[in-house]
Design a protein around this ligand. Structure first.
Ligand code: GLP
Length: 229
């Protein structure tokens, strides 16, 4: 695992240039994108690069809430469209739903797998919405969100009681089989879990720790997230 620590601004710019590089080197490749506060910094930097090759890429949204459609501004699909897809001209977009899960996986396979996955991390170690104890060999599936995750999403939904109980996410197997992975984390709230990701035992209780064994994994951190490394 390659670990790079720098300011939030420089890390965002670096992640953006890595994404653009893949789009240029592997024209039309499939990429997986996670939404969130962290990756928004990266997507803002990416939009500024004006990389033409990105518009030919196929985008696979890593996860979304069950019951919210792409027109709902709280959904990951909406957010990614606003923050990334519409800005860089990506039109070949795939979003998982409980109904299309098998088809979503088949589409990834038809593209030859994911060339690059761009991820954030939850404070409990989730990637996408693969919560602790998700089996390693999982494909796209529906998950019950933990109370901790729901509490963290409360603000966006105007109260924890409004956060959907379930989400649908690309599975750990598909994420870990991506040929390249970039995971970005910023801030003190991520210090502990980043320490677990890097030094913790590989266990399904810290889903992101599965990435310890990935051969092309880059961890991009600010100094707060890296404070215990
Ligand atoms: C969310 C998303 C993840 C995201 C993570 C971190 O729950 N499902 O894909 O990476 O949490 O989000 P943030 O960057 O807002 O802390």
């Amino acid at each position: 695992m390659k670990i790079i620590v720098d300011s939030r601004e420089k890390i965002s710019a670096l992640a953006a240039s890595m994404i653009a590089e893949h789009a240029e080197k592997v024209p039309g490749c499939a990429m997986a994108f996670a939404s969130g506060r962290t990756t928004k910094y990266v997507y803002d930097a990416l939009a500024e690069l004006n990389c033409k090759a990105l518009s030919g890429c196929k985008a696979f949204t890593v996860c979304d809430y069950v019951g919210l459609d792409a027109g709902d501004e709280r959904s990951c699909a909406f957010r990614l469209n606003e923050e990334l897809y519409s800005k860089v001209g990506i039109t070949n977009i795939h979003t998982p739903t409980p109904e299309n899960a098998a088809e979503f996986d088949a589409q990834i396979e038809q593209c030859g797998g994911i060339e690059l996955a761009v991820l954030g991390i939850g404070t409990n170690g989730h990637i996408g919405f693969n919560e602790p104890a998700t089996p390693y060999d999982s494909y796209t599936h529906v998950v019950k969100l933990t109370d901790r995750t729901k509490a963290r999403k409360a603000e966006r939904f105007g109260g924890e009681e409004n956060v959907p109980d379930k989400a649908v996410t690309m599975g750990l197997k598909t994420i870990c089989e991506s040929r390249n992975v970039i995971l970005v984390a910023f801030g003190k709230e991520k210090t502990e879990i980043i320490h677990e990701l890097v030094y913790g035992k590989t266990s399904t209780y810290v889903p992101a720790a599965m990435l310890q064994m990935h051969m092309n994994m880059t961890l991009l951190l600010d100094s707060d997230a890296a404070a215990k490394l």
